[in-house]
Design a protein around this ligand. Structure first.
Ligand SMILES: C[S@@+](CC[C@H](N)C(=O)[O-])C[C@H]1O[C@@H](n2cnc3c(N)ncnc32)[C@H](O)[C@@H]1O
Length: 416
């Protein structure tokens, strides 16, 4: 299949399906490219969004990442420019209409293949989002290298590539569709796909994989993207590690970190002891094999020689930030010994929380440093030893950050 077939598909079926008018009601947020998340993983929490910021959304589609980034940067008062590029005019029209509804004027829309970025004169970029695009290229490594060439040395990228195991059932279905209707017009291919879906035997892997709902819920475009795609492939962790290393990149994290930690799934101490000394990437690969449900690998990368490190939750200067969590409300219901629990894609995550959780969470406002939070707790509650606070905050951070609920910011001058 050719680049032209991919382009035609996204002209006919922009994906994901979005109605611009919905922008008046809600902002779609996600990963990668939430600004607190990317600051933590790409900039070590040190990016000052009061300064100019140039972001690229490569293969921006119907606009989710460009709109989220542009809105969050505008909210932060950042003098930012978000450059959106895509080869589909129909997708760009949706993204542009969404920006208009929001009154965003910090996005520049370009009709361009990401492969042509190095010669475009648009670089350099502090940050690049490329979500669900590289796996549709004929040569995804060439695509990644094109992005590296326009990335500033101190910048980074948020990427998403399909996960092979979590998409179990998709590729046999794509193969069946090629047998049934490779050359048929789109409408009859969709009709064939619907007919097959109604007749899947109970043993079919697609029927046994209930976690593909986000595509299935999106009508024709979703079905087309999943089962009739002109070209897509999926990855496992070791292939991602090889591909990024050969592009001169280093993986800062997979999202969410807990999904890629064998300790999220295992309790057997003998197994955990064996895994403890494995390199981090081996542990991630093991967790992927074990969980079997990762459909999308979302991950952040920086250039190999970029010395940036993740913010240290042991430093008093760092400022914790909560994401999608009302700290005060959570603290109210918190009982000592309780855990953070979440059921994500069929797995029950349970992260034990330290006793000081109820005291710390209400103090997190995205402005106060750990040192200030410690002082506030001391003035309102019983006296807590500094070491106890430090250890309990580290445990709280590990639990919440593992599930994408807490990041850290390092204000200027912090010695992380
Ligand atoms: C599945 S959509 C993902 C859109 C968006 N990144 C998101 O996450 O919602 C893939 C997009 O990649 C675009 N695309 C495919 N090949 C491209 C290329 N070579 N250069 C730029 N965009 C491309 C398609 O037109 C399509 O809009």
């Amino acid at each position: 299949m050719s680049d032209e077939a991919v382009r035609e598909q996204y002209e006919a079926y922009p994906y994901p399906v979005r109605a611009p008018a919905d922008e008046a009601k809600r902002l779609i947020t996600g990963s990668p490219s939430h600004i607190d998340e990317l600051n933590h993983y790409v900039f070590g929490g040190r990016r000052d969004f009061a300064k100019p910021f140039r972001a690229l959304v490569a293969g921006g589609g119907t606009g989710d990442a460009a709109i989220m980034l542009a809105q969050q940067l505008a909210n932060a008062g950042c003098p930012a420019e978000v450059i959106y590029v895509d080869t589909s005019e129909a997708s760009r029209a949706v993204a542009e209409a969404r920006a208009r509804v929001r009154g965003l004027d910090n996005i520049r829309f370009e009709h361009l293949s990401l492969l042509d970025l190095p010669a475009s004169g648009l670089e350099p970029f502090d940050y690049i989002d490329c979500c669900g695009v590289l796996h549709h290229l004929e040569d995804p490594e060439q695509g990644l290298q094109a992005l590296v060439r326009v990335l500033a040395d101190g910048g980074g990228m948020g990427l998403m590539l399909y996960g092979e195991l979590g998409r179990t059932g998709v590729y046999p279905m794509q193969e069946m569709m090629r047998t049934l209707a490779a050359d048929a017009p789109a409408a009859s291919r969709l009709e064939m796909a619907r007919r097959v879906l109604k007749q899947l035997p109970a043993t079919n892997w697609l029927r046994r994989n209930p976690f593909l709902a986000d595509h299935m819920a999106q009508g024709d475009a979703g079905l087309y993207d999943l089962f009739l795609h002109a070209r897509d492939r999926a990855y496992r962790v070791p292939e991602i590690a090889r591909m990024t290393a050969s592009a001169g990149l280093r993986i800062a994290t997979f999202i969410e970190p807990a999904f890629y930690d064998p300790a999220s799934y295992l309790t057997d101490p003998k197994l955990l002891a064996r895994l403890e000394h494995q390199p981090w990437i081996e542990r991630c690969a093991f967790a992927e094999l074990l969980a079997g449900n990762i459909r999308k690998h979302v991950f952040y990368v920086v250039k190999e020689r970029n010395p940036v490190r993740l913010p240290d939750p042991g430093k008093p200067e760092v400022v914790p930030i909560l994401r999608d969590l009302d700290g005060a409300a959570f603290a109210k219901g918190f009982m000592p010994g309780a855990a953070l629990t979440a059921n994500i894609d069929g797995i029950n995550f349970r992260r034990p929380l330290p006793p000081l959780t109820g005291a710390i969470l209400p103090q997190i406002d995205g402005q106060c440093s750990l040192a200030e939070i410690y002082r506030k707790i001391g003035s309102t509650k019983r006296v807590v030893a500094r070491e106890t606070f430090r250890a309990e905050f580290a445990a709280l951070f590990s639990a919440l950050n593992g599930l994408g609920k807490m990041y850290l910011r390092c204000p200027d001058g912090a010695k992380n």
